[in-house]
Design a protein around this ligand. Structure first.
Ligand SMILES: [Zn+2]
Length: 445
């Protein structure tokens, strides 16, 4: 079912006109309301009248996560506090205020979120006949909030489950006749495993699940679908935009439809130039309708591709792939979340060590464990290996709060890690060529 045919199936030409109109209004709005953007536009000699449609988008400056952190907590909120209906925070790391980003939502922003979630739930084939269990535990409880609004909007019965242990989820599914799930890949994977091991599939009424909030792969989709006998749909969101619901997969499962009437997406190369349709690059979003914290060309840091062909489902909204390195570029370990950039900073600051790092996060006895692999070390021997290990362990532990085990690779060799950590050649090569820190999250692959 298509929740909002008038919007989701509008022609690309009509959509471009609507986006252009909304962009012009947005630029005028932020210029009037947000000092931060006004100054930024002044600094490059840009006037609101210079933006006449989406063709002028590239004239506008970018916004980064660092900008948001700097503006903490309310620096970029466009409306007065009394008009904000809800504040939501992304806590990056140890709870230090400087590492938090705040998003203020007006009632209209909340309505947009609800609309996006209603569209997403409908894409998964769920609606008023369904009982939807929303399973997000503490750290991601806000995701659950949006899922609840959306499920209510489509008229479904909602079961909110902060207790996401598989046994608890299954018990509720059986008792309440749950037909749809909205949860994280990790919870769904554990659930599917238990259902298979105990042969419970036939006692459930599950039809579909929507999965988002953490990174996952096609391999995980295949496993969960097979074990539960359902279809699994990806969903995408970022707190800074509107949490889950910015994009979601339809029944064709060929990329997530972006809600382009609310979120204008661009894919840019490393020189910040537009990539041709289908090409991969950094995902950048402009919030066309947000009033609380409107964002112009927000750099998500995630890499993906966007496709503009009409989908077989009838929707015309473009589709995006999953982000290649994790939503929000944040590592979640033992309940805390830390931006990768902070780990990079800590390791870059080490005196006498010039290297790249692969950080592997795994799970032992249900507890997250961290391994740090030092690769491509230059000037080897300048410091004794034991000192290198001690310094790296200290730097990582200080940021993520978990004492890691540290390994050092011989120059150009991956074999060192094959046995212990299962790092493939492909990952190793990418890590050598890529950024300073590469995250391998083995809890999710
Ligand atoms: Zn579709």
């Amino acid at each position: 079912m298509i929740w909002n045919k008038a919007r989701e199936c509008m022609s690309r030409d009509e959509l471009a006109v609507l986006q252009g109109k909304r962009l012009v209004e947005l630029v005028r709005y932020v210029y009037d309301k947000v000092e931060y953007y006004r100054k930024k536009m002044w600094s490059i000699g840009l006037e609101p009248d210079d933006i006449r449609g989406i063709e002028d988008l590239e004239k506008l400056p970018f916004t980064t996560r660092e900008d948001l952190i700097e503006a903490y907590p309310l620096g970029k909120i466009a409306v007065s506090g009394s008009r904000i209906a809800s504040y939501q925070f992304s806590n990056h790391g140890d709870g230090h205020a400087g590492m938090e980003t705040a998003a203020g939502y007006t009632q209209m922003d909340m309505d947009i979120w609800k609309e996006c979630m209603a569209r997403s739930i409908s894409m998964a084939g769920l609606g008023e006949q369904d009982v939807i269990q929303v399973a997000y535990s503490d750290g991601l409880c806000t995701e659950g909030l949006g899922a609840q609004y959306g499920a209510e909007a489509v008229g479904a019965a909602v079961v909110l489950s902060p207790d996401c242990r598989p046994a608890a989820l299954v018990a509720r599914m059986r008792r309440l006749g749950v037909t749809g799930m909205i949860s994280t890949p990790v919870h769904l994977k554990c659930l599917a495993q238990m259902v298979e091991e105990r042969g419970l599939r036939n006692s459930l009424h599950l039809k579909a699940a929507i999965c988002g909030g953490e990174s996952w792969t096609e391999g995980i989709r295949e496993k969960i679908q097979r074990r539960l006998g359902i279809r699994l749909y990806g969903i995408f969101g970022l707190n800074e935009l509107t949490r889950l619901g910015v994009a979601c997969e339809c029944e064709c499962q060929k990329g997530m439809h972006i809600q382009e009437d609310f979120f204008l997406a661009e894919i840019l190369d490393t020189h910040m130039k537009l990539v041709l349709p289908g090409g991969r690059g950094e995902l950048v979003f402009t919030t066309l309708q947000k009033k609380g914290v409107p964002l112009i060309r927000y750099r998500t840091g995630g890499i993906t591709g966007i496709y503009y062909e009409r989908c077989e489902c009838g929707r015309t909204m473009a589709r995006m792939d999953r982000l290649s390195h994790g939503i929000d570029d944040v590592v979640q370990v033992r309940g805390g979340s830390v931006p990768v950039s902070r780990i990079e900073e800590a390791l870059s600051g080490l005196q006498g060590i010039d290297a790249s790092y692969i950080i592997c996060i795994g799970m032992e006895h249900n507890v997250d464990v961290v391994d740090v692999c030092i690769i491509n070390m230059k000037g080897e021997g300048a410091l004794p290996a034991a000192d290198v290990k001690r310094l790296a362990a200290g730097a990582v532990a200080a940021v993520i709060g978990v004492e890691p085990e540290v390994h050092i690779a011989e120059r150009g060799k991956t074999e060192t890690f094959d046995g212990i950590l299962g790092i493939t050649d492909e990952v190793f090569q990418e890590a050598l060529e890529g950024r300073k820190v590469t995250i391998v999250d083995r809890r999710r692959y």
